[in-house]
Design a protein around this ligand. Structure first.
Ligand SMILES: Nc1ncnc2c1ncn2[C@@H]1O[C@H](COP(=O)(O)OP(=O)(O)OP(=O)(O)O)[C@@H](O)[C@H]1O
Length: 252
């Protein structure tokens, strides 16, 4: 059971260095932030600023070099790979730019696959509610190649939500979609937060996409340099400008 006021994800002094010696790359520097349960947060910053690394550390996909990550109150620091894999299955959902659906399986089989791999019986009522809410109920018998990109991404969102995760991580989920389909996917993520109380963390390059969130974090050269509340596309675009390298300032 999660404790009231415990953030869904808590980063403390998070740092990540890839490689070592002369080829070492510092991707994250001393990032501390709590992602409130039931909130929608966008992470922005220029290419190479550390967005994907932050998401992957927070999701237990990449080991931080320093600091700690807590998901739903559970400390990931020191977990072995097998324990991390089980944590990911139980507590987090993922939505990627490339949908990552298995082509041989129907949409419904794709949605239920992670649960089945975890040895759990899918909750049919919950899956029915998800496919209804995301508007793909009539398509669940089709295979991915019989669906549009937007429909495939809806399937991926249902798959991410099927196990009732603490948090859904979405890395550029609209990157392969046309503008209208992208907007539908973002509205859907917004609805998932508002109607289902889900926590969503979204990595994006697009100020219009980030404006769907409650808060926007700005990264620059691996540092958290700004946090914007009540974002609009214009305010987010201005935040990107402010947080560009050369104009770095500490987070308030
Ligand atoms: N596996 C890796 N090995 C070495 N360096 C890496 C690795 N992954 C990322 N990096 C480096 O870490 C830094 C941050 O990368 P990251 O992918 O997190 O940035 P990003 O903001 O998501 O970039 P983009 O917007 O281009 O996807 C970059 O300098 C990148 O080259």
């Amino acid at each position: 059971m999660s404790i009231t006021n415990e953030p869904a994800v808590r980063l403390d002094g998070l740092g990540k260095i890839y490689g070592s010696g002369a080829s070492a790359v510092t991707a994250l520097r001393d990032i501390s932030y709590g992602f409130a349960a039931g909130s929608f947060t966008a992470v922005m910053g220029q290419s190479g600023s550390g967005k994907t690394t932050l998401l992957q550390c927070a999701a237990g996909l990449v080991h931080p070099t320093s600091g700690s990550v807590r998901v739903g109150g559970a400390d990931l620091t020191g977990l072995k790979e097998r324990e991390l894999a089980s944590m990911r299955r139980e507590r987090v959902g993922f939505v990627f730019q490339s949908f990552n659906l298995l082509p041989a399986l129907t949409a419904l089989e794709n949605i239920e696959l992670p649960l089945r791999l975890a040895g759990r019986r899918p909750d049919r009522d919950w899956v029915r509610e998800l496919v209804g809410r995301t508007g793909i109920a009539q398509h669940v018998g089709r295979r991915p190649h019989e669906l549009s990109g937007g429909q495939q991404q809806r399937v991926a969102i249902c798959r991410a939500l099927a196990a009732g995760p603490e948090v859904v991580f979405a890395d550029e989920p609209t990157g392969n979609l046309d503008t209208a389909s992208g907007q539908e996917i973002l509205s859907m993520l917004r609805q998932v937060v508002d109607a289902l109380g889900q926590t969503v963390i979204l990595v994006t390059h697009d100020p219009a996409a980030a404006a769907y969130a409650d808060r926007v974090l700005f990264l620059s050269d691996g540092r958290l340099v700004d946090v914007l509340t009540e974002p609009t596309p214009e305010r987010v675009a201005a935040g990107v400008q402010r947080s560009s390298p050369g104009r770095t300032r500490p987070a308030s």
